[in-house]
Ligand binder design. Structure first.
Ligand code: FAD
Length: 304
């Protein structure tokens, strides 16, 4: 059994885990980031078709830790946002010029962000990425790995996703509900320039977002009734294009779908706290209250 020692162990090397790991390593801490996925899979073209809207503050975080310069060339600025109820002629309009010179945010492809995070992590000698490797349990400051090794750290951060088992074991309660909707994600190329305008139409089935990407492309987040989504996803290319075009409209001229379609179930989850005192396993067994998740009334999904 090998014991790796670190000041911070981050379980999960997704967008959040790697960002935290890089920030702490860049500040001088000894960091271990553990992820069960093979980095080659995570960096593959078919791993994640989403884009992320990066707000100005998040851009500054990524810039401060040396990641933004690696991704800025693939980021498209959001200069205006239009939000409309269905195709009503009146809409909410936000323009970056009303608040200053900086864009309202940027749209970045998740795969580009992941590549930049991995590249930056590779430049930090005090950040160790242990992957592919599953963390099977945690006891105090020790994370047990699937191969029998252990990572011991002063602090363990759970970045193991929405349904984080580590968060649950730490007794952190969540408020959660599922939406009866699915987010269909696709990339669309269009004839006319989007001029950095992000559009969100609130259609009967949910919001339909058109997010500006580089190179006259837009990322679609199409919220649809969960029952209808499998039928839409199984349509042939021509029929899927027709369905998408009828929601997209013609304001950007001819459109064509590029690459695969993706779908993500939509849910809300909010942790009641982001930190908890360290628990040893035997104390947790000896009667510490089990975390409970509270269900609240479902609302309409807004994945943006
Ligand atoms: C359609 C859609 C659009 C979105 N748009 C935006 C947006 O515009 N802006 C935005 O900020 N957010 C957006 N989000 C949300 C955003 O994508 C997620 O919040 C984010 O990807 C979560 O990243 P994460 O690193 O926390 O978790 P994850 O990406 O889930 O990563 C968790 C990692 O932990 C690893 N892991 C799990 N368990 C273990 C274990 N036991 N041992 C080792 N490793 C483990 C997994 O392999 C995984 O790599 C969107 C989400 C959806 C569905």
């Amino acid at each position: 059994m090998t014991v790796t020692r670190a000041e911070l162990a981050v379980v999960g090397g997704g967008l959040n885990g790697l960002t935290l790991g890089i920030a702490c390593a860049a500040a001088g801490l000894e960091v271990a980031v553990i992820d069960r996925e093979d980095p080659a899979t995570m960096l593959g073209e078919r791993f994640d078709g989403r884009t992320s809207a990066i707000a100005y503050g998040s851009m500054r975080v990524l810039d401060g830790i040396g990641v933004w310069p690696l991704v800025a060339g693939t980021a498209e600025a959001i200069r205006e946002i239009r939000v409309a109820d269905n195709w009503a002629p009146l809409f909410l309009h936000y323009d970056h010029r009303e608040i200053g010179d900086e864009p309202l945010g940027w749209i970045v492809e998740n795969r580009a962000l992941r590549r930049a995070l991995h590249a930056r992590a590779g430049t930090l000698p005090n950040l160790r990425l242990i992957a592919p490797m599953t963390v099977t349990s945690r006891d105090g400051g020790a994370a047990a790995l699937a191969n029998g090794d252990v990572v011991r750290a002063e602090l363990i951060a759970a970045a193991d996703g929405k349904n984080s088992p580590l968060r649950e074991a730490a007794g952190i309660r969540t408020m959660t509900w599922s939406y009866p909707q699915i987010g269909i994600v696709a990339t669309v190329r269009h004839a006319k320039a989007h001029r950095g305008v992000a559009v969100e139409h609130f259609l009967p089935a949910g919001p339909f977002a058109i997010l500006p990407m580089t190179d006259s492309r837009s990322s679609i987040v199409w919220t649809e009734r969960a029952a209808l989504a499998p039928t839409l996803l199984a349509l042939d290319d021509a029929a899927f294009h027709r369905e998408l075009a009828s929601r997209f409209g013609d304001f950007l001229g001819e459109i064509s779908v590029e690459g695969p379609r993706w779908s993500y179930p939509l849910s809300f989850l909010h942790a009641e706290t982001y930190i908890a005192p360290r628990r040893r396993r035997h104390r947790a067994r000896a009667g510490a209250a089990r975390p409970r998740s509270r269900r609240a009334r479902p609302r309409r999904a807004d994945p943006g």
